[in-house]
Each structure stands twice: as structure tokens, then as C-alpha cells.
Design a protein around this ligand. Structure first.
Ligand SMILES: Nc1ncnc2c1ncn2[C@@H]1O[C@H](COP(=O)(O)OP(=O)(O)O)[C@@H](O)[C@H]1O
Ligand SMILES: N[C@@H](CCOP(=O)(O)O)C(=O)O
Length: 276
């Protein structure tokens, strides 16, 4: 993303490459998030935004969040950093509301803070950055089909049986504890989703096979990335992450579905600015 200051007040989106997305400010998550930030300033300037997309929308790996968070981060830098990270998350959430119908911080918070983040509360917004174990890698397979967050939210049930909620609270607490203590076995034992995965996985071709081969290949755990269709695995060490990536690929090779595999150490720094 490239952001420039302009004499004309307001936001404009001047160029989009890589994907078909609207340039109208009110229809693009970057424009909506940027407008929300501007509403909270008395800036004498405006900003023009170029968006260069490398991820298909409806990915489950935060394509929309990347644009929303990038826009507010860049404008905040150009304004001399009047806002802290939590405030930027609030602005970027307005962009996510356009994409999915819900002003959630699940992707914009980690994009801005870096690493793992816990969104403890929305009223008020309370984002807690969580420790990242030093040997932790993520492997993500992104089958090139679009699953919109709004659609995969609509398949969820509004009520959760108490028994399932108790199991899930245990897993969540175990995961947070495992991340802080860098206990990879505990992370592995805690990576289970009793509530959302059984419903949403039906929207993802090959999900069960991917999960099976991924665990066999040595992943600590595997699940739906965001609202899908991407599937993530957490791994200890780069070699394990690569083996898991190969195992994931075999499934989509057999399905004949185009896919990308991304392997990365967990990025603990969040968005960074590059000056040209
Ligand atoms: N700058 C943008 N980047 C990505 N998606 C955008 C953008 N602006 C608007 N959208 C819309 O947001 C929706 C994708 O968001 P979402 O379903 O949450 O997928 P993802 O998991 O890839 O973020 C699509 O309808 C897309 O047209
Ligand atoms: N975590 C939320 C939002 C997911 O958004 P996405 O853009 O990553 O799909 C959810 O699971 O609904």
C-alpha cells in the first residue's frame, strides 16, 4: 500500500492492482477505515491511497484487515502518530464492519500489534498482546476459492451448550498459558475448536483430509484460519513447517484446486513502514 498526503482534504483511492476491488472510498475497507481516522482529527490535509493486493479477498487470512490496518497505520505515521495502536484498531474495525458485517478486531489487532493478540473486550476495546514462542511457525494453505466472512458467520449457531463452552474455555486458557510458557506440548493439546470448526469446515473442500495429513506430518495443531477457506497449522521449527506445507499441498493437488502455501515464523512486529 502507498499513501500520500494531498492538499485536498478527504480520502481518495487512486489505484488498485492485483484484485478487482472498488475504488469508491465508502465501498473499500481501506477507505472506510481511513475516513474513520480522519473524522477524529483536525488535519488540514487529505490522503490518497494506492492498494496493491497480493491476497485474494475472502481468504481467511485477513485480506480485508491488511488493507484497513495498513491505511490507518500509514495515515497515522504521516500525521506524526497522534493515535496509539488500540485507537488505530478501533478505526480499522470500521473497515472490517464493511467486509463482514461485524466490527471485529480479530485480524486488525494482530496486524497492527504483531504476534498473537487476545481481544479480551470490545466495550471498552481491550487488546492484550501475547508472548510468541521463539520456535513457532505457521503454515497456511489457501485454496483459491472465496468464502466471505459474512457467509461463514451466518452458518454459526447463536447458542453454545455449556458443556462445549467449558471444554473450549479450557483449551483457550491452555493455549494462552502454553504461548507464555513456550510449552509446545501444551499448545498442541489446546489447539482444538469444539464450537466453530465442525460447522464451518463443511464450507471448505478437503478440510478433514488436510487436517489428518497435517497432524501426521508433525504439526502441533491445525484448524480453520479466520473464517476459511484457508487452513492453518502451527509447527515447532522451520523443517516441521515445511513438511506440513508439503502434506497440505498433496491434498489440493489431488482435488485439482489451485492453492497457495504460506510458511512463516510468527511476525511479532506488525505492520512496518517502508519509505521510498
Ligand atoms: N481493500 C480490500 N481488501 C480486501 N477486501 C475488500 C477490500 N475492500 C472491500 N473488500 C471486500 O471485503 C470482502 C472480503 O473480506 P472478508 O470476507 O473478511 O475476507 P478476508 O478473509 O480475505 O478478509 C469482499 O467482499 C471484498 O470485496
Ligand atoms: N475471526 C472472525 C473473523 C474472520 O475474518 P477473516 O477475514 O479472517 O475470515 C471469524 O472467524 O468470524
Amino acid at each position: 500500500m502507498i499513501i500520500r498526503t494531498t492538499q485536498k482534504k478527504g480520502i481518495s483511492i487512486t489505484k488498485i492492482t492485483g484484485q478487482e476491488l472498488p475504488k469508491e472510498v465508502e465501498k473499500n475497507v481501506a477507505g472506510v477505515a481511513a475516513m474513520e481516522l480522519l473524522k477524529n482529527t483536525t488535519s488540514a490535509y487529505g490522503f490518497e491511497i494506492e492498494i496493491h493486493k497480493k491476497i485474494k479477498p475472502g481468504s481467511g487470512i485477513g485480506s480485508s484487515a491488511a488493507s484497513a490496518a495498513g491505511a490507518v497505520y500509514g495515515i497515522n505515521e504521516l500525521l506524526g502518530k497522534p493515535f496509539g495502536l488500540t485507537k488505530l484498531v478501533e478505526f480499522a474495525m470500521k473497515g472490517e464492519a464493511l467486509a463482514s458485517g461485524a466490527a471485529h478486531a480479530d485480524n486488525v489487532a494482530p496486524a497492527l500489534f504483531g504476534g498473537f493478540t487476545l481481544v479480551r473486550s470490545y466495550h471498552p476495546l481491550d487488546v492484550i498482546p501475547i508472548n510468541t514462542p521463539s520456535e513457532l511457525y505457521a503454515t497456511v494453505v489457501h485454496p483459491q476459492i472465496e468464502v466471505k466472512t459474512a457467509d461463514s458467520r451466518s452458518v454459526l449457531k447463536q447458542n453454545i451448550p455449556l458443556k462445549k463452552a467449558i471444554v473450549q474455555w479450557g483449551n483457550l486458557a491452555g493455549l494462552i498459558s502454553g504461548l507464555y510458557t513456550e510449552d509446545y506440548d501444551l499448545i498442541s493439546r489446546s489447539l482444538h475448536d469444539e464450537i466453530v470448526e465442525p460447522l464451518r469446515s463443511l464450507l471448505i473442500p478437503g478440510f478433514n483430509q488436510v487436517k489428518e495429513v497435517t497432524i501426521k506430518a508433525g504439526a502441533l495443531g491445525c484448524g480453520i484460519s479466520g473464517s476459511g477457506p484457508s487452513i492453518f497449522a502451527l509447527c515447532k521449527g522451520l523443517n516441521s513447517a515445511k513438511k506440513v506445507g508439503e502434506a497440505m499441498s498433496t491434498i489440493y493437488e489431488n482435488y485439482g484446486v489451485d492453492y497457495d502455501v504460506h510458511i512463516s515464523k510468527i511476525n511479532t512486529k506488525g505492520i512496518k513502514q517502508i519509505n521510498n
